[in-house]
Design a protein around this ligand. Structure first.
Ligand code: FES
Length: 177
């Protein structure tokens, strides 16, 4: 199990919904009224619409399409068409999540949130648009994760130490220009 930085903690504000990626996996990240930050697969278990298109209602996330209600554990607690909860437990796909060093970390295993975040894999965060970063990064770095519109998260591939050093140099160049 490997853990990835998937958001800056400060960006996950109350009542907001943040989109991110973990490799090729789309994520929805939201902070509940309990203060906990949740990292889930950005896919509704009903008809696969992005959960990030829904609403953060504080103690639950509401699906945009049919209004399914997901509590902070990912459990569906209300299906409006049924006027109640489903007869079986239905859940969003929840990833193991931890907060450290101002980052939100998630592991690539779907599991209960309380489990260990695992071995860390540090991406390089560059405060520059993805297009500018792509121009600077050679094709050997094939794992680029767009981060909003103005910032970029790059997961080093190949030799992680060497890649991190190269990407850090690019970051300095772009952020100081
Ligand atoms: S697709 Fe999510 S509520 Fe129906």
């Amino acid at each position: 199990m490997t853990s990835y930085v998937v958001a800056l903690e400060k960006d996950v504000r109350p009542n907001s919904i943040v989109r991110s990626m973990m490799g090729d996996t789309p994520l929805v990240i939201w902070r509940g009224s309990s203060g906990a930050i949740h990292v889930w697969l950005d896919c509704c278990p009903h008809r696969s619409v992005r959960l990030s298109a829904g609403r953060n209602m504080g103690d639950y996330l509401e699906g945009v399409y049919h209004g399914w209600r997901f509590d902070e554990t990912g459990l569906v607690t209300l299906v409006p068409a049924l006027q109640g909860r489903p007869s079986e437990d239905i859940r969003a796909t929840v990833y193991s999540t931890a907060l450290a060093d101002g980052f939100v970390w998630a592991s690539d295993d779907a599991c209960t949130p309380a489990e260990s975040a695992g071995e860390p894999c540090y991406p390089v965060h560059i405060a520059a648009p993805i297009d500018q970063v792509r121009q600077q990064v050679d094709t050997a770095v094939d794992h680029l994760t767009p981060w909003g519109t103005q910032e970029t998260m790059v997961y080093p591939t190949g030799n992680p130490e060497q890649r991190r050093a190269e990407l850090s140099a690019i970051r300095l160049r772009l952020e100081e220009s």
